[in-house]
Ligand binder design. Structure first.
Ligand SMILES: [Zn+2]
Ligand SMILES: [Zn+2]
Length: 443
């Protein structure tokens, strides 16, 4: 945390300067935010199963006396509506995602989860907040507390958007950000800005931003390679799908050479599902993976080449392949005018030296559905024992817990950074409603 810069003191209304008040209220709620975070971390829920998380969120929002608390939106989505007491036309949507991942929790804290979801499709799975959405949810509850306390001074409306299924629901279900939009979560009032953040392996308390695509476009891919089942001792009596699968996996490594090396692309197969046995050549093998493109325009080409690769590799071995693309998510795009408008706020919250430009990544976040519709911003919040090297890249601090990527079982986020998330949400919300965080040109 940094001292408030000149300009926020000396309130003409004679009371406490608003940004100081937001910071004071954030400090007051900080311990509670840590407690919420630890509780959520210990009780993680998979995408589209955020029953208890959503209940906790709704209960807290109701306790704050918000004007409305809407629940059950696109599954377990919750939207709290806070109308400020002062006149204002603007509406800011602050968003947190609530779901956890099918990853064992090896974060090493006393509040590590031991949860197993036995009923989830494809499971049972160990469950943990390996992407840090527990931090997002707790920080936004903290911001709701701060802003509800300051509602007399708010010139506009704040929507607290708690989103389910950011990590992608089971393929047989709908869910996530787009489903919330389609369910009418933003039908009224319509946001004039959306804001989201993500905890990340950057130095603690740093805000990373990028003009352009912060995150890439994403598509889930399912490839089913079909042969003909037979006895393991007589493969020639059937069609073995395994060699075709091997060819597809190897060939994927060559797809990169068909896209400009200056716009990164990844295709990863993270899950292979077969129906064979050591003495049975199985009928089918299903590959599950993800396609990420830094530039959305590359997506169609990569999908096309991957489909060709799978179909023809399978054909070479007498098998067939079907390729489907599911759960497409557009890139998270920060426009230049919005970033320019947001930088003074970020610098006030964390200090100028801690606001850094970062490269884009091929992660995805379906907050893009909100930011691209309503305008707004998305930033990274550093939460690990890191520092920046001479080229601006995060490197581990000696003696610290190291750099651990999201989705790794060892992923961790320091409790001390949560209050920074609270302050970011609160300052962004106030500044937008007050008209100081508004893009000058159409964004
Ligand atoms: Zn994630
Ligand atoms: Zn995430």
């Amino acid at each position: 945390m940094s001292a408030a810069p000149a300009g926020t003191k000396g309130n003409p209304l004679g009371g406490e300067a608003i940004h100081d008040e937001l910071d004071r209220r954030a400090a007051e709620v900080a311990d509670q935010v840590v407690a919420w975070r630890r509780h959520l971390h210990r009780h993680p829920e998979l995408s589209n199963r955020e029953v208890n998380t959503a209940r906790l969120v709704a209960d807290r929002l109701r306790a704050l006396g918000l004007d409305e608390v809407r629940t059950g939106i696109a599954g377990h989505g919750v939207v709290g509506v806070l109308r400020g007491a002062r006149a204002g036309e603007r509406v800011v949507a602050l968003r947190a995602d609530m779901d956890a991942l099918p990853v064992r929790d090896l974060c090493g804290t006393e509040f590590a989860a031991e949860t197993v979801d036995s009923d989830y499709p494809g499971g049972p799975f160990p469950v943990s907040h390996a992407c840090g959405h527990d931090c997002h949810t707790a920080a936004l509850l903290g911001a709701a507390t701060v802003l509800a306390g300051a509602r007399d001074r708010l010139p506009g409306t704040v929507l607290f958007v708690f989103q389910p299924a950011e990590e992608g629901p089971p393929v047989t279900e709908q869910g996530g950000a787009r489903a919330m939009v389609e369910a009418g979560a933003f039908a009224g009032p319509v946001p004039t800005m959306a804001f989201g953040l993500h905890v990340t392996p950057h130095p603690k308390g740093y805000v990373g931003y990028r003009v352009g695509n912060q995150y890439g476009a994403s598509t889930l891919v399912r490839i089913v390679v079909t042969g003909e089942q037979t006895h393991g001792s007589t493969p020639w009596e059937g069609v073995d799908p395994m060699p075709a699968v091997g060819a597809v996996l190897t060939g994927i490594g060559q797809l990169y050479r068909q896209v400009s090396a200056f716009d990164p692309v990844t295709v990863s197969i993270g899950h292979v599902e077969d129906v064979g046995r050591f003495n049975i050549v199985g009928q089918t093998v299903t590959l599950w993976g993800t396609v990420r493109c830094a530039v959305e325009a590359d997506t169609a080409r990569v999908k096309d080449r991957l489909t060709t690769l799978a179909e023809h590799s399978a054909a070479a071995y007498g098998a067939t392949a079907t390729v489907e693309y599911l759960q497409s998510v557009p890139p998270v795009h920060n426009s230049g005018p919005w970033v320019e408008a947001g930088l003074p706020t970020f610098r006030r919250v964390v200090g100028e030296e801690r606001v850094v430009e970062t490269g884009g990544t091929l992660g995805y976040d379906d907050v893009s559905e909100f930011v691209s519709r309503f305008g707004g911003l998305y930033v990274m919040l550093g939460v690990q024992d890191a520092t920046l090297d001479a080229s601006g890249r995060p490197v581990p601090v000696p003696g610290g817990r190291g750099l651990v990527t999201n989705h790794n079982p060892h992923f961790y986020a320091d409790d001390d950074t949560l209050v920074t998330g609270v302050r970011l949400h609160a300052h962004v919300a106030y500044d937008h409603l007050a008209g100081t965080l508004v893009p000058r040109a159409a964004g």
